[in-house]
Design a binder for this molecule. Structure first.
Ligand code: NAD
Length: 457
C-alpha cells in the first residue's frame, strides 16, 4: 500500500497491508490478551494511559509533521489536533474511575443490588482520516481504560499516524497484543467485520457505516457509527456583530479544509442582513492563505483524497447549471497536489447538490431566508443530523430554532466545536451511539446486575 503525500503526490513509503490471515492472527492474540488486561487494576490502566498522554506532548512535533505529510492538514492545525486530543484524554483520565467502578444501588437487611461494569471484550475501532487523533482517542482511550483489547484500523490515508499511536501506547506500557494496528483499506476493514468481535466503533461515511451496521447486525453486539453531516449555520436578523459572525462562519466552513464531520456545510442568512453578511464573509475568505501545509501561515492545504476534487467540481458545476452564482473559487488548482480553491456560492437552493450532499472540502453555499420558520424548514431538510448552529443575539431566539432541529449537537454563537464533557452523537444518517462525556465512557462496558441475597440463617 503506497502512502501518498497529498501536497506533492509523491510516495512517502510503501507498507504491507494486513490480509485475512494476519488479521485473524491479530484477533486471536487480542482475544488471548484481553482477560489479563481487564484484571490489571483500573488505576494502573489509567496510569498507563496517563503515560501515553505525556508522550503525545513530548513527541508532538514529530507526530504533527507525520500527520501533515500523509494527510495534508496544515501544520498548525495538526498541532492543534494533538492539543485537542490531549485535553480529551485528560477528561477520560479524570472521570473514568467514577463511571466504571461498581455501583451499589440498593441495600437492605439481607439483600443487596449492585451494577458491575464489565468490558465488552475485543473491540474494533475502524477510523477516519480527517482527525485521526481526535476520532481515535474518543474510542481507543476509554476502551482500553475499561479493560478492552482494541483492533485499531486507521484509515488508509493516515496509516503512519496509526502506527505512531501504537508505538507510543506500547512505550506507555499497553501490552502489544492488547492494542493492535490493522494496516489496510476497505478489504482490511471488511475482514474485521468477519471476526467474532464484541463491539464495532466506526467513524467514516454513511455508505460504509450502513454496510457495517447491516453486516454485524445478526451478531447482536454493540455497533456505534459516527458518520457524516451537512451541518447548517443560521444568522437571523437580530445579529449586530456580522463581522465576527462571518469570521466564525469562515473558520467553521474552511478549517481543516472543510474536511470536518461538523464543518459548516451550508449557511442561511436572514434577507435583511444578507448582503452585509456576504460582504464580510467574502472579505474573510479572500484572506485565507492557500499553499503547502508545511508553511507556517497556510490555512488551506490540499484535500486528503484525490477523488474528492471531482466531487467538489461536480457540486460546483451542478449548482452553476441550476442558477447559482460563484463569488470565488470553483476549481482545482493546476499544480502538483490535491489543491482546491476556497469556493463560495450564492443564489443557491436545495435542488443543488452543494446544499444537500456532504461536500467535505473548501466549498460553501449561502442561501437567503425570509424568517426563522423558513430557516428551520431548510435546516431540517437533510438526511443528516450531526450539528446545527444559530448566531442570534439572544439565547431564547437561538433555542427556539435549535429545539426544532433534529441533531445531536446544537450551538448558539459557536460552531464546529466538540467538548469532551458533552456527548457526541449523530442522528439519522449521521450515525448511532455516543462517544465522549460519561456516556462515551459507559459505551465500552456492559452492565452486569447482581442480586445478592444472604442465606437465611
Ligand atoms: P470511509 O467510510 O471511506 O472510511 C472510513 C473507514 O472505513 C476507513 O478506515 C476505511 O478503510 C474503512 N472501510 C472502508 N470500507 C470498509 C468496509 N467494507 N468494511 C469495513 N471498513 C471499511 O470514510 P472516510 O473518508 O475515512 O471519512 C470521512 C467521513 O467520515 C465523512 O463522511 C465524515 O463526515 C465522517 N466523519 C464523521 C465523524 C463523526 O464524529 N460523526 C468524525 C470524522 C469523520
Amino acid at each position: 500500500m503506497n502512502i501518498i503525500n497529498p501536497a506533492t503526490e509523491s510516495i512517502i513509503t510503501s507498507l504491507e497491508e494486513d490480509n485475512k490471515q494476519s488479521i485473524a492472527e491479530k484477533y486471536a492474540q487480542a482475544r488471548r490478551s484481553q482477560p489479563a488486561w481487564s484484571q490489571v487494576p483500573l488505576q494502573e490502566r489509567i496510569e498507563k494511559i496517563s503515560q501515553f498522554h505525556q508522550l503525545l506532548e513530548t513527541e508532538s512535533e514529530m507526530l504533527a509533521a507525520t500527520l501533515t505529510r500523509e494527510m495534508g492538514k496544515p501544520l498548525s492545525q495538526s498541532r492543534n489536533e494533538l492539543k485537542g486530543a490531549r485535553s480529551r484524554i485528560a477528561f477520560f483520565l479524570e472521570h473514568s474511575g467514577q463511571w466504571l467502578r461498581e455501583e451499589w444501588v440498593w441495600q437492605e437487611e439481607g439483600l443487596g443490588e449492585k451494577i458491575v461494569y464489565e468490558p465488552l471484550g475485543v473491540i474494533a475501532n475502524i477510523s477516519a482520516w480527517n482527525y485521526p487523533y481526535l476520532v481515535g482517542v474518543n474510542v481507543f482511550i476509554p476502551a482500553l481504560i475499561a479493560g478492552n483489547a482494541v483492533l485499531y484500523k486507521p484509515s488508509e490515508h493516515t496509516t503512519l499516524t496509526g502506527m505512531k499511536i501504537a508505538e507510543l501506547l506500547y512505550r506507555a506500557g499497553i501490552p502489544q497484543h492488547t492494542f493492535q494496528v490493522v494496516v489496510g483499506a476497505g478489504a482490511a476493514g471488511q475482514a474485521l467485520l468477519e471476526m467474532p468481535i464484541d463491539g464495532y466503533f466506526f467513524t467514516g461515511s454513511y455508505a460504509t457505516g450502513k454496510h457495517i451496521y447491516e453486516t454485524v447486525a445478526p451478531r447482536m453486539v454493540p455497533c456505534q457509527l459516527e458518520l457524516g453531516g451537512k451541518d447548517p449555520l443560521y444568522v437571523p436578523n437580530d445579529n449586530a456583530n456580522l463581522r465576527q459572525v462571518a469570521q466564525a462562519a469562515v473558520e467553521g466552513a474552511f478549517y481543516n479544509n472543510g474536511q470536518s464531520c461538523c464543518a459548516v456545510e451550508r449557511i442561511y442568512v436572514h434577507e435583511q442582513i444578507y448582503d452585509a453578511f456576504v460582504n464580510h464573509f467574502m472579505e474573510e475568505v479572500q484572506q485565507l492563505k492557500v499553499g503547502s501545509p508545511e508553511a507556517a501561515d497556510v490555512f488551506i492545504g490540499p484535500v486528503a483524497r484525490k477523488e474528492q476534487l471531482n466531487v467538489l467540481e461536480q457540486q460546483v458545476e451542478d449548482a452553476l447549471d441550476k442558477g447559482a452564482k460563484l463569488l470565488t473559487g470553483g476549481r482545482r488548482i493546476a499544480q502538483a497536489g490535491y489543491y482546491f480553491q476556497p469556493t463560495v456560492l450564492v443564489d443557491v437552493n436545495h435542488r443543488m447538490r452543494v446544499m444537500t450532499e456532504e461536500s467535505f472540502g473548501p466549498i460553501i453555499g449561502i442561501q437567503k431566508v425570509t424568517d426563522d420558520e423558513e430557516a428551520v424548514a431548510l435546516m431540517q431538510d437533510t438526511d443528516y443530523g450531526l450539528t446545527a448552529a444559530v448566531y442570534a443575539d439572544t439565547q431564547e431566539r437561538a433555542e427556539q430554532v435549535l429545539s426544532k432541529i433534529n441533531t445531536g449537537t446544537a450551538y448558539w454563537n459557536c460552531c464546529d466545536r466538540v467538548s469532551a464533557r458533552l456527548p457526541w452523537s449523530g442522528r439519522k444518517h449521521s450515525g448511532i451511539g455516543t462517544t465522549l462525556s460519561y456516556l462515551g465512557i459507559r459505551a465500552f462496558v456492559k452492565p452486569k446486575a447482581y442480586h445478592l441475597r444472604k442465606p437465611v440463617s
